[in-house]
Write a protein that binds this ligand. Structure first.
Ligand code: A2P
Length: 292
């Protein structure tokens, strides 16, 4: 069986998602537009943005121009965005979605995530997200950065089980408890920062594995994600890297090498995540930084 960027995983509501996509975190509108166009050029079919990133407009423009350039249509690709921390709450979320769709130049997203479990609001946010789903503005719905306690609370109130939980996931932070709990409920884990924001790319042990397969560390780590059944969205704004990160389908890591990556786990979340207040404060800054 051969795999490529079209290889999909079926989510708990029957929607299918490409297992490998392109992230645009930390990119402004211009960079995000270019990255999306380059992604389309190199065969990516899944794109992940968020209102917090302040680049939905750039992603929308990149999709419109990029799809035309490669002769594909909106239905050929899978688009994710997220409900911003500052927009959480029932009515606020319902009020936010149309502006997001307008910036993305589409009538629907394929996946809508609650970006953070903002304290005191995320259950109401989820109720609104369920309505957005029922209205056809999102083909699947899920969450991001939900630990087990908050996920359990959400499940206690939800009428629709999230399809996805997008978490920081890379060899140094493998979120074993969260992965196990999510799997029990049929919730797929999607990896943000699969390359550890670049942190794993200089590891000498990984370099040895990469040399063995004549691949880069980034390719080894992404292949490990792929073989583990994790949905992954490496971010790059550089064509060579966008292309390189997609070139992971012509080799297979041995069981022993897979194990070596699993054994690197330190459950070490990035600092900013640990510092995050869960109240949504820091979320507001990112949008202001890039403008919208
Ligand atoms: P850039 O966008 O300048 O290419 P993550 O997805 O884990 O957050 O990691 C993304 C970071 O790693 C970004 O800083 C990105 O930089 C960089 N990056 C992405 N792909 C590669 C690659 N193949 N080789 C080296 N660095 C990469």
């Amino acid at each position: 069986m051969s795999f490529d960027l079209s290889t999909r995983i079926t989510l708990n509501n029957g929607t299918s998602i490409p297992q490998m996509g392109l992230g645009v975190w930390k990119s402004n509108n211009t960079q995000a537009k270019e990255a999306v166009m380059l992604g389309l050029k190199h065969g990516y079919e899944m794109f992940d943005t968020a209102k917090q990133y302040g680049n939905e407009r750039g992603v929308g423009e990149g999709l419109v121009e990029g799809l035309k350039a490669v002769g594909k249509t909106r239905e050929d690709i899978f688009l994710t965005t997220k409900i911003f921390g500052g927009d959480q709450g029932y009515q606020e979320t319902l009020d936010a979605i149309d502006g997001q769709l307008e910036r993305l130049q589409t009538d629907y997203v394929d996946l809508l995530l609650v970006h953070w479990p903002v304290t005191g609001k995320y259950v109401d946010t989820w109720r609104a997200v369920e309505e957005i789903y029922k209205a056809g503005k999102a083909r699947a719905i899920g969450v991001s950065n939900f630990d087990n306690e908050r996920m359990q609370n959400l499940l206690d109130h939800a009428t629709i089980i999230p399809a996805v939980n997008q978490m920081e996931y890379n060899p140094l932070i493998q979120e074993r408890d969260i992965l196990a709990f999510n799997q029990q409920h049929g919730i797929h884990l999607q990896a943000w920062s699969p390359l550890g924001g670049g942190a794993v790319l200089t590891d000498p042990e990984l370099q040895k594995i990469a040399d063995k397969y004549n691949k880069t560390i980034a390719q080894v780590v992404l292949r490990w994600n792929f073989q583990s059944g994790i949905i992954t969205i490496p971010k790059s704004v550089h064509e060579e890297r966008i292309q390189q990160n997609a070139d992971i389908f012509d080799f297979e890591l041995s069981a022993q090498d897979m194990q070596k990556l699993y054994s690197m786990n330190q459950e070490k979340r990035s600092l900013w995540y640990n510092d995050f207040s869960w109240e949504g404060g820091s979320i507001n800054e990112a949008v202001e930084e890039w403008g919208d």
